[in-house]
Design a protein around this ligand. Structure first.
Ligand code: NAD
Length: 278
């Protein structure tokens, strides 16, 4: 169990995609550390379930419905958060994901498999996935950035992916967007360094969650060939569990640990990124 440090107590965390599999775990941990947590999601009911679990454990949280691709809806969410919690100290940009419209069927062009080739991908499908994973982060940084600059030790944590470091087959839009997240994390970190706002990212390895389970587990509940390849390329030979992201999260969120750390993307991946395959 991670110790409760106390430094984050009373501060406010805003988490986009906070009812998702990975970010709901983050929301619960930040609440356990004493933060007031605002969960932003498309669907308020899903966020409310996370809020209820936080409140039943003695924490403080609120759920808000907003679309990270609509600036006005983020602004409305910000106003609600300021009214209820009075400020913002930490922004986690967790809203993201993939979609079949932006996934090629074959891993390589020489493969004969049924489904979309690279040439069949439609611009709208590609752009939707790219925007959700990149523009949604950019807009949230704009909308919450000015409030963050008023805080005593503010921080932004973006959520990248292994596919942002080296692109994964089949998912070009998602990979391009996550690579952009790493680049944007560095850009923002430099831009706000002297203003005192730290900006970092976490690059999770492979966690079986709602958004990727169709690629990783077949109808019989067995690992797909893609899963087997991932595990072969992960030196620890297993998928991650959401709670294994929490140490990196607290390290980046809490300036008592990381006051001189900005512009980094930290892999939490069982060694996937370090392994050449040989
Ligand atoms: P998830 O699908 O469980 O949750 C995603 C959340 O984003 C949901 O709560 C959804 O409501 C919200 N969302 C989607 N579109 C939105 C929009 N337009 N506006 C507001 N909210 C919106 O995802 P997850 O698996 O927990 O992943 C969280 C983050 O981690 C994502 O950025 C994902 O790309 C990244 N990631 C996941 C993995 C993995 O193995 N699952 C690996 C690396 C990175």
């Amino acid at each position: 169990m991670i110790p409760v440090h106390g430094n984050l107590r009373g501060r406010v965390a805003v988490i986009t995609g906070g009812s998702g599999v990975l970010c709901s775990e983050m929301a619960r941990e930040l609440a356990r550390q004493g933060m007031k947590v605002a969960i932003i999601n498309l669907n308020k009911d899903k966020g409310q379930k996370v809020v209820d679990s936080i409140v039943s454990s003695g924490g403080e949280a609120m759920a808000i419905s907003a679309n990270v691709l609509e600036k006005q809806s983020l602004i409305a969410a910000r106003e609600e958060i300021l009214t209820q919690f009075g400020g913002v100290d930490l922004l986690i940009n967790g809203a993201g994901g993939n979609h079949p419209d932006a996934i090629t069927a074959p891993e390589e062009s020489v493969q004969e498999v049924e489904g979309k080739s690279f040439f069949d991908l439609e611009e709208r499908g590609f752009t939707n996935v790219f925007s959700l994973n990149f523009t949604g982060t950019f807009l949230a940084c704009q909308v919450f950035g000015q409030e963050l600059l008023k805080a005593q030790a503010p921080s932004i944590i973006n959520i990248s992916s292994m596919s942002g470091l080296t692109p994964l087959t089949k998912i070009p839009a998602y990979s391009a967007a996550k690579a952009s997240i790493n680049n944007f994390t560095e850009w923002l970190a430099v831009h706000f360094a002297q203003a005192g706002l730290r900006v970092n990212a976490i690059a999770p390895g492979f966690f079986i969650t709602t958004q990727n389970k169709d690629l990783l587990v077949d109808e019989k509940g067995e690992y797909t060939n893609r899963s087997k390849k991932i595990l072969a390329a992960t030196p620890m030979k297993k998928f991650g569990e959401p709670e294994q992201l929490l140490g990196a999260l607290l390290f980046l969120a809490d300036e008592a640990y990381s006051s001189f750390v900005t512009g980094t993307t930290i892999p939490v991946d069982g060694g996937f990124n370090a392994y050449s395959g040989v």
